[in-house]
Design a binder for this molecule. Structure first.
Ligand code: PEP
Ligand code: MG
Length: 417
């Protein structure tokens, strides 16, 4: 690919879907301007980069604007070329000088402007640069939220997910998940008193029920949705285990089920749920500093995908070591956990290279940007976890439909390829 020049950069503060401030960046490359904003997590891993510089989103905008003198005028030989410069300019391990969100917004806006100046969409620029055949990832949809994403009274597990494993296209996958989501709403309003149709941060219901009850109803909705659409819909979970662990007692506090479990008991409990509800995907079932428990669970449920999020925080080295010790078979890829699109792509490559399942993922505080879909299609991600209901979630799914049209049929990825 030929060399192009960064002509302008402008950063500003905008708001995410939760109403929190974040950073948006506009970059112009060879006359083409692109814009990107970074999302924010609420259940963050300890080893993620710092999202903002000192002074929050405003401090990050100031720091990036100062540094922009070193970025404007730089040349890009490929869509990810600005990342080297961003790392040099920041100079810290955890991106605390400019903040990971400012870095990521710049990294993405520059990649999009580079792609656009060459007349191609981001997914194609990435796939050509990385040597990947573009493919549509299977959407993993949060339909019921708990934990840090919901109010008290909701289940402690953070996300109950639908996995439309039998879908042949993004359209089929989204339709099946929406239908099962509506069925879940009907089941909740029949079976649960209180405020069963309230929403969590990612748009799923956040009812006042136990984890067991939530799983039972989500599994029923998935089964009814499968029967009606003919698309097999399985169930997935994100426990967000670090938030369930009570640091004082060292036990997993599942108050809604009346359970206070040791690590070993939690391995058995999750294993039992996997078998009982046919769960195919379990993210962060334990706290982020207990890889041995992940490995115990993965051994006991070899067909399910145990997935690391806070455990590996989108770092290639952590993904490699967790996969090599058998702790996980899947890894969450959240670009803002590392602050650079190139590192996120490398993480997806490492996971894929070890025969694992890379899962491109949104954050609970999102923007209406859809670059996550391009990232997933243009790299090795076989799944995309981007929610279902809400404009900021549907924006990513709708972009998959548009990209799917460009690619034509037959390039749907999934759990098995
Ligand atoms: C997650 O844990 O997978 C997640 C999306 O949550 P957050 O963005 O709050 O870290
Ligand atoms: Mg997670």
């Amino acid at each position: 690919m030929e060399s192009r020049r960064i002509e302008k950069l402008r950063a500003r503060v905008v708001f995410d879907s939760r109403g929190d401030k974040t950073v948006e960046v506009e970059v112009t490359v060879d006359g083409f301007t692109a814009r990107a904003a970074a999302p924010s997590g609420k259940s963050r891993g300890k080893r993620e980069v710092q999202p903002f510089a000192e002074g929050g989103a405003e401090g990050s905008v100031r720091a990036l604007t100062e540094a922009s003198r070193r970025i404007i005028g730089a040349t890009m030989d490929d869509p990810l070329a600005v990342d080297v410069l961003l790392r040099e300019i920041d100079g810290t391990e955890d991106f605390s000088r400019i903040g990971g969100n400012a870095a990521l917004a710049t990294s993405v806006a520059a990649a999009m402007a580079y792609a656009g100046s060459g007349g191609v969409p981001l997914y194609l620029a990435l796939s050509r640069h990385l040597g990947v055949e573009p493919g549509i990832p299977l959407p993993l949809s949060n339909v019921l939220g708990g934990g840090a994403h919901a109010g008290s009274g909701a289940p402690e597990f953070q996300e109950y997910l639908l996995v439309p494993v039998g879908a042949k296209s993004a359209m089929q996958a989204i339709e099946a998940n929406v239908l099962a989501y509506r069925k879940l709403g009907r089941l909740l309003s029949q079976e649960v008193r209180g405020y069963p149709l309230g929403k969590g941060d990612e748009g799923g219901y956040a009812p006042p029920i136990s984890n067991r009850k939530a799983l039972e109803l989500v599994a029923r909705a998935a089964q009814e949705g499968s029967d009606e659409t003919g698309v097999r819909i399985a169930v997935g979970l994100d426990v967000a285990g670090s938030n369930v662990l009570d640091p004082k007692s060292g036990r997993y506090a599942l108050r809604s089920d009346g359970l206070y479990l040791t690590g070993e008991e939690m391995v058995s409990f999750i294993g039992e749920l996997v078998d009982r509800y046919g769960i195919v995907y379990v993210e962060d079932p334990f706290a982020e500093d207990s890889p041995e428990l992940f490995a115990d669970l993965q051994r006991s449920v070899p067909r399910a995908f145990v997935c690391g999020d806070d455990l590996v925080v989108t770092r290639p080295d952590l993904i490699r070591s967790a996969m090599e010790r058998g702790a996980i078979r899947a890894a969450i890829i959240k670009p803002n956990q590392v602050g650079l699109l190139s590192v996120a792509a490398e993480s997806a490559r490492v996971c894929h290279g070890l025969s694992g399942l890379p899962v491109a993922s949104h954050r609970s505080g999102e923007t209406t940007d859809a670059y996550l879909s391009h990232f997933a299609v243009g790299t090795w991600c076989r799944l995309i976890k981007c929610g279902l209901i809400g404009g900021e979630r549907m924006a990513k799914l709708n972009e998959l439909l548009r990209i799917g049209e460009e690619l034509g049929g037959g390039r749907m990825r999934g759990l098995s390829g």
